[in-house]
Every structure is written in C-alpha cells, then in structure tokens.
Design a protein. Sequence first.
Length: 329
Amino acid sequence: MMIRMFPGLRAALSMVFVFGLVASASGQLQMNYYAKSCPRAEKLVQDYVREHVPRSPNLAAAILRMYFHDCFVRGCDGSVLINSTANNRAEKESIPNQTVRGFDFIDRVKSILEAECPGIVSCADVLALVTRECIVVTGGPSWRVPTGRRDGVISSATEATNNIPPPSSNLTTLQRAFTNKGLDLKDLVILSGSHTIGLSHCSSFSSRLYNFTGKGDQDPAMDPKYAAILKSKKCRNPNDNNTVVEMDPGSFKTFDLSYYSLLLKRRGIHQSDSALITSSSAKAYVTELLKGSQENFYAEFALAMEKMGRIEVKTGSAGVIRKHCALAN
C-alpha cells in the first residue's frame, strides 16, 4: 500500500534524517569521556603542556595549525600524525604540512598517557586536548573539548593537498573548503583569528611581494608600505624558504584582536588573510569583532573551535586507538 506524504511532512522527516546523520557522527563525543577509563588523562595533558610550552611559546601556534590541518582531512582523527611508509605518502609529506611542526610533542604526551592507561586515549583526542591547553597557557581562550574520538588509519598526502586551503586562497576557495567541512563564513572569519599568534615562512606569501601575477608585480591588495618593510627587512629574497615572519607583527605572542585590525589596514600577510575583507559579509564580521571586546572574541573562538573539533569524527566502533600516533597500527 502506498502512503501519501504531504510535502511539509516529507521535508520535516528529511530534516530529521539529516540531523540524525550529523548527530550520529558526533553524538558519542562527551565531556569527561575518560572519567572512568583514564581519570587523570586530561590533567596529565594539562600538566605537561603547562610545564613545557612556556619554554617554547611558538609551539602553541604550531600545534593549533596542526589541529586545523588534521580536521580538514578525513575529519579530526589524528591522521596528520601518521608517518609515511614505503607504500604510502602520508599527510605529513604534503605541501601544506611540510612546515608543520610539533609532532614529537604530541608523541611525548601520548607516551605519558600510554604509560598511565595503555590503549585507552586516542591520538585524535590527544591532539584536541593539547591544542586547547596550548592556547590557554599562552593566555588565549579555553573551550569545551568533548572527547571520545577514535583514530583513523588512512593518511594521504594527496588528500591533504586537496582539502587544506593554501595561504594563496581567495575567499571563494576558502569558503568552499570550510563549507565542505560544515563550517560557515562566520566560522572562517573567527578561526582565521588564530593567525593572531605564530609565524609564517616568507615562501608562503613571497609571490605577493615579488611576482603576484607572474609579471614581477606586487599584490595591490597589500598595503605598499607594509610590503616595502617586508621586502627590505624580512623577505629580501623572493626564493627564501627559511626566514619566518610574525603573522601579527608586534603582537604575535598574544591571542588578541590585533590580527583583525591589521586586516582593515591591508596588512594581512597571506592572500587568504586579505581575502576576509574582499566581501561585505566577511568584512562585516571582522568589523563586528573589532567593535566588541576581547572576551567576546574569545567566546566566539571557543564556539568555532568546538564546532571544528566535531568534523567527521570517528566514534564507537569506527576507527581504532593507535598505540603510537606516528604509526597506523
């Protein structure tokens, strides 16, 4: 017997079905997931980060970048941590990840947790927890990190290249990459605020200074005075692959709103930074953040980070718990 379904009911049921898919992907994450199986897990992560990251403050930005790059490829499953093998070029070998560092730090935290609770805490959760604590210890915001992620065993350099938007991205490319992961324009603007800390290699933006369109020209979207400073004092050689530059000059160790102020002055270091003021909608978010308080930025960043941390997570029977984060079991 065929049952006639009214259009409104059909739409409602479709929405329930879609919501169910989303919920099933992240619904098993929960706060204090390891409360019984490894009660000291989060405290051990916190203590290690608090002891070691202040000695190497640039590490916080590096770990945050690693976390972004992990979540944008196969979801937040720790696949960025896996080493290449004779038969596979892992994510680490992709162009976006060749300057990512901090892998040894994650390995050390994982070894502490393995000693405490063997085979219990996933590498994906280790990375998520370490990222949060790294930002907190540098004076930045905290956020909820529900846990229960399981680890992936597939890591592909090609997939990383295809999914991680490069620093030369325009707004269309950025939005496409974020939309593919369930993140919207506001998330893009908020999460880009992570560039308020850390450093960037000259090679990631030198084309903006020396050869923007292939004719030896400069990117007109960049403040010419700022470009001149970079060319004369920092990135003097267009082929420099080693020199690093502050992404938020004068404030690169402080998690604040300075990054957004620089955007409006056309001093975003990457093309992907400058892209945030090329549309009225994105620029409106930037302006709104600057009108608000730093506490408001922290609150917005916390929400966006928790949302990102749920991208395509593996829970339940999906994935594995890798004993060594660099090895796919």
